[in-house]
Design a protein around this ligand. Structure first.
Ligand SMILES: [Zn+2]
Length: 234
């Protein structure tokens, strides 16, 4: 069972297993995953509380492992490189300008910058733009799912958009929906799938047969969208 808890602005995801044991153990694996082994009868609120109490240690371990991990070839933030946005690949164009801004123009992702030679600055501008677009687009897609919830006679839960390492979204024990801001790379119909999936968790917390029946009812072609999402963001 995968769960999520928050600590300050950090989101901690962990894999929870239960067994006949007396105490709870928390380990951070070299890939940054958090494994929690709990006694059969441990209450989920207690487990979350323990995770939060060890959060600083967990985050420190994750940082330590991340420093040793070989990275995927980093982006260079130079003209001609491709970047994915809403399901399309855009070539990057870097233009010298008086004012910094990022925009999509004639099928290109254009970075207008005072410092065209400074790749770090290009990266900062792009990251800022991506986060802002993620906040706008993900919220808009989320609100578009309101009729789906209305059909279940439920309001939309509160939404939080944040960077997440290992998942596209999550439904927290406190009833919030978290969406990974990296979803901005995906097509809108794939974003809608992640939202529908998390909204189903409001009603069905686990991936039970009932969960998938509900998901199919709300979004009959969810499997096609899931496959597309996995293929395009691999
Ligand atoms: Zn799920």
């Amino acid at each position: 069972m995968i769960r999520t808890t928050t600590y300050g602005s950090a989101v901690i995801e962990f894999h929870l297993t239960r067994s006949a044991r007396n105490s709870l153990s928390i380990s951070v694996l070299p890939d940054g995953a958090v494994a929690v082994a709990a006694p059969e009868d441990a209450e989920l609120v207690e487990v979350d509380e323990r995770i939060r109490r060890r959060a600083r240690w967990i985050l420190r371990q994750q940082r330590r492992f991340a420093a040793y991990r070989p990275r995927t070839p980093p982006r260079q933030f130079v003209g001609g490189e491709t970047h994915r946005y809403l399901g399309r690949q855009y070539r990057l164009k870097i233009d010298q300008a008086e004012k910094d801004r990022v925009l999509v123009r004639s099928g290109r992702l254009v970075v207008e910058t005072r410092l065209p030679e400074d790749r770090d600055w290009t990266r900062t501008l792009l990251r800022r733009w991506t986060r802002q677009r993620a906040r706008e687009v993900l919220r808009e897609r989320f609100e578009a799912a309101a009729p789906m919830m209305a059909a279940l006679r439920l309001p939309l839960p509160p939404l939080m958009i944040c960077p997440m390492k290992r998942r596209w979204g999550s439904h927290t024990p406190s009833g919030r929906i978290l969406l990974n801001d990296a979803l901005i790379a995906a097509r809108r119909d794939c974003i809608d799938y992640v939202i529908a999936h998390e909204l189903c968790h409001v009603v069905e917390p686990n991936h039970s047969p009932r969960f998938f029946r509900l998901l199919r009812r709300l979004m009959p072609d969810w499997e096609r969208r899931k496959e597309l999402l996995e293929r395009e963001t691999a």
